[in-house]
Design a protein around this ligand. Structure first.
Ligand SMILES: Nc1ncnc2c1ncn2[C@@H]1O[C@H](COP(=O)(O)OP(=O)(O)OP(=O)(O)O)[C@@H](O)[C@H]1O
Ligand SMILES: Nc1nc2c(c(=O)[nH]1)N=C(CO)CN2
Length: 185
């Protein structure tokens, strides 16, 4: 499938069914190791997933680590970005592939790893077409995407008109997050 065709899919107001081609947005983050090299490699690996093609990836953005206690400039800073994929993988199948790629990059998912702890690679599904679902393994859209500058900013860079299904245009969401943080847009 070509990039232009990819831009036209997943826009029919329905949740994605098995085997349907949709545009999915994956958020990438890393704050350990050679962050840029890891994210570059991950983008290439996303492009190589079965029934999947990379449409566009954002630049990598530096961002202060968000922890359960708030922003922590003493933690290693993150590089964040997004990749827009055209995929026939169903949501849970895509999630399994992302977990596999995280593992391959040394992601520590042991029981002792702290919530929102430092990581070599984090891959989250932000949207999968217009799918809205909530299971024990997967919530779509990603439940915290609307409040995350480090997701919305790179996404806006590559998809200025994107809408978070059930929430709103990401340009408005980013403006709200930026205003709430007291920072300039
Ligand atoms: N949209 C989603 N994308 C990725 N994982 C999800 C999603 N919704 C639910 N999950 C579940 O969240 C679990 C925890 O994921 P992970 O450890 O990457 O969270 P986190 O990145 O530390 O935090 P956050 O979810 O706030 O970004 C995963 O095992 C997965 O089953
Ligand atoms: N800046 C930044 N902070 C985070 C990030 C992230 O990607 N960027 N991911 C987290 C868990 O998903 C927790 N904190």
């Amino acid at each position: 499938m070509t990039v232009d065709e990819a831009r036209d899919v997943g826009d029919d107001g329905e949740g994605a069914e098995d085997g349907e081609t949709v545009e999915a947005v994956v958020a990438l983050g890393a704050n350990l190791g050679d962050r840029a090299a890891t994210l570059d490699a991950a983008v290439a690996e996303l492009d190589g997933l079965p029934d999947t093609e990379l449409v566009v990836a954002s630049r990598w953005h530096d961002s202060v680590a968000l922890t359960p206690e708030g922003l922590d400039p003493d933690k290693p800073a993150y590089l964040n970005g997004v990749a827009v994929l055209c995929t026939r993988l169903a949501p849970h199948a895509l999630l399994r592939e992302l977990r596999r790629l995280e593992r391959a990059h040394g992601r520590d998912r042991s029981a002792t790893a702290p919530r929102w702890g430092d990581r070599t690679l984090d891959l989250d599904i932000i949207v999968h077409g217009d799918t809205r679902l909530e299971t024990s393994e997967l919530t779509l859209p990603h439940p915290r995407a609307h409040e995350r500058d480090f997701v919305l900013r790179p996404w806006l860079e590559v998809r200025p008109d994107a809408v978070l299904p059930g929430v709103g245009p990401i340009a408005e969401l980013l403006a709200r997050v930026t205003a709430a943080s007291g920072a300039r847009p």
